[in-house]
Write a protein that binds this ligand. Structure first.
Ligand SMILES: Cc1cc2nc3c(=O)[nH]c(=O)nc-3n(C[C@H](O)[C@H](O)[C@H](O)COP(=O)(O)OP(=O)(O)OC[C@H]3O[C@@H](n4cnc5c(N)ncnc54)[C@H](O)[C@@H]3O)c2cc1C
Length: 238
């Protein structure tokens, strides 16, 4: 992030879509001849006030880099959250000041043929762009997603992931919820090393694991992934 005023650009909201009880998708117009070059996992920064450059939060586009006329952000509202609250109060036509895209731990074609993804809550956003990109472009990569949430109502884009799991042999998903409804057949509780062993690709030179969620969860899971054999540099935070 440069923090330079010159790099802050207003983008117009052209759609707001309800995803879950606390999460909306915001679609922004990309003006003609504007380049918005990012790789899945990179992020932008939102500034509610263009004169207060210290008050920003990062958000990871969930659209794919090949989308030319718009990009999307998926944002969960936090109670009294400065920037998420600001965004959830915005509507069609409003302009939002952003910088970036800024580089995060991202997916690049050729980096591995097996990609594991472990996400907690809105930590799913970088994975959405990666999954969509890999499946849409037919990139020859096996994808395994482990996605933890409080309840099934918190699972962002569950229908889309379920559809991909039916449609693509190279995509698997497994949900873990803290509070499960009757008849739930996937995981309950917290992500543990056993589930990571069973649900993610085996450690190898050709495997990477992306981990995204609350900071303490990320650090804890990285430690556990290393304990079950993944090399430190193969565990990537977007
Ligand atoms: C690289 C990266 C990418 C990200 N991508 C996304 C994304 O795509 N989508 C997404 O939804 N999020 C994403 N996040 C998280 C996002 O950047 C924000 O952290 C999130 O939206 C909360 O920001 P906020 O300003 O709304 O809340 P904040 O104002 O930061 O507050 C967060 C919570 O803490 C509480 N709080 C704040 N101050 C205090 C205090 N002094 N005492 C007690 N409680 C307090 C608030 O009430 C609120 O519930 C990403 C984070 C990173 C690091």
């Amino acid at each position: 992030m440069s923090g330079q005023k010159a790099n802050i650009t207003p983008y117009r909201i052209i759609d707001v879509v309800y995803l879950t009880h606390d999460t909306n998708l915001f679609r922004f117009e990309l003006p003609e001849n504007t380049s918005f070059d990012f790789l899945p996992g990179d992020h932008v920064k939102i500034y509610p006030d263009k004169n207060q450059l210290l008050d920003f939060r990062p958000y990871t586009p969930t659209s794919t880099p090949d989308t030319r006329d718009h990009f999307e952000l998926t944002i969960k509202r936090y109670t009294d959250g400065l920037v998420s609250g600001f965004m959830h109060d915005r509507k069609y036509g409003d302009e939002i000041w952003m910088s970036g895209p800024h580089e995060g731990g991202h997916f690049e074609e050729g980096m591995a043929s097996r990609v594991g993804m472990v996400a907690g809550g809105t930590g799913i956003t970088p994975m959405i762009s990666m999954i969509r990109t890999i499946l849409k472009l037919g990139i020859d990569v096996d994808l395994s997603l482990l996605f933890a949430n409080k309840t099934i109502d918190d699972i962002i884009l569950k229908d889309e992931f379920d559809r991909y799991a039916d449609q693509y042999d190279n995509f698997k998903r497994y949900y873990i919820v803290t509070k499960a409804p009757d008849g739930w057949e996937m995981g309950v509780g917290r992500i543990d090393p056993e589930q990571m062993k069973n649900r993610l690709p085996e450690a190898s030179d050709d495997t990477v694991i992306f981990v995204c969620g609350p900071p303490m969860m990320q650090l804890d899971l990285k430690k556990k992934l290393i304990e079950i054999g993944h090399a430190k540099e193969k565990v990537i935070f977007p």
